[in-house]
Design a protein around this ligand. Structure first.
Ligand SMILES: CC(C)(COP(=O)(O)OP(=O)(O)OC[C@H]1O[C@@H](n2cnc3c(N)ncnc32)[C@H](O)[C@@H]1OP(=O)(O)O)[C@@H](O)C(=O)NCCC(=O)NCCS
Length: 213
């Protein structure tokens, strides 16, 4: 399967489980994310410099739009000059995938596990009695599971909670019929997922339109 096909599967699953509208800009999807940081995001996979510059014009000067390039080699895109009207938002994320293998034990001692399931989406959280110690979300479309919002509160890190959350979400996803896991990983997240055997397929580079005010 090509990188493009895999990323487009991720976009389809992400949009499906969140109920997001998708339209096309040229050959590439624009997702109506309606999030805190952005309204829309264009996703493209190694489009070539000329197509990248056309997409950049779409996002330029729109501070609520993100343009994310996925590639094995980002050098043709990151090479200056940065297209006018854009700023770099993130340059440390990785698109990662895995073949899902279920394994999950009980919640760690002293923490209470909670599931919130809504349609094709499940959030698993661990509560320490006063606040959420760790949580994460997974959503399934056919045989693909997308994982996101995995987070361990700073004072609970490096005690295996992230690993436990991923195991619980993996078991749930496999029970729903998923066989492939996909996610966009932060630098911290990539260390966790690599330790769990996930493959880091593609680098990601996200740009935002500049706020001209
Ligand atoms: C990523 C994150 C969820 C990891 O949670 P965690 O509960 O600390 O992870 P775990 O303790 O289960 O770590 C399991 C393994 O992952 C690896 N790992 C996790 N965090 C790591 C780090 N900061 N540096 C190096 N390795 C790390 C290690 O191999 C670790 O095993 P070890 O502690 O026995 O060496 C946490 O750092 C976090 O919330 N970061 C901020 C939010 C974020 O970036 N979330 C990911 C979004 S994709």
């Amino acid at each position: 399967m090509s990188d493009r096909d895999l990323v487009m599967r991720w976009v389809r699953s992400w949009a499906h489980v969140r109920g997001l509208r998708v339209e096309m800009v040229g050959d590439w999807p624009l997702v109506h994310v309606n999030g805190r940081s952005r309204d829309t995001e264009i996703v493209c996979v190694d489009p070539g410099r000329a197509a990248f510059e056309r997409l950049a014009q779409h996002t330029a000067h729109d501070p609520r739009e993100m343009l994310t390039v996925f590639s094995q080699d980002l050098s043709p895109y990151v090479e200056p000059p940065l297209p006018e009207g854009l700023r770099v938002d993130r340059d440390d994320e990785l698109f990662m995938t895995t073949t899902l293998t279920p394994s999950a034990g009980p919640a760690p001692d002293g923490l209470v596990a909670r599931w919130t399931i809504s349609g094709a989406r499940a959030t698993y959280s661990l509560d320490d009695g006063t606040s959420v110690a760790a949580e994460g979300t997974a959503g399934v479309l056919a045989t693909d599971a997308v994982f996101d919002m995995v987070e361990t509160s700073p004072r609970h890190r490096r005690r295996g909670l992230g690993r436990h959350v991923m195991s619980a979400l993996t078991r749930w996803s496999v029970d729903q019929g998923a066989t492939t896991g996909m996610l966009a990983a932060s630098a911290d997240g990539a260390r966790l997922y690599t330790s769990l055997g996930w493959d880091s397929g593609l680098a990601m580079w996200s740009l935002m339109g500049l706020d001209d005010d």
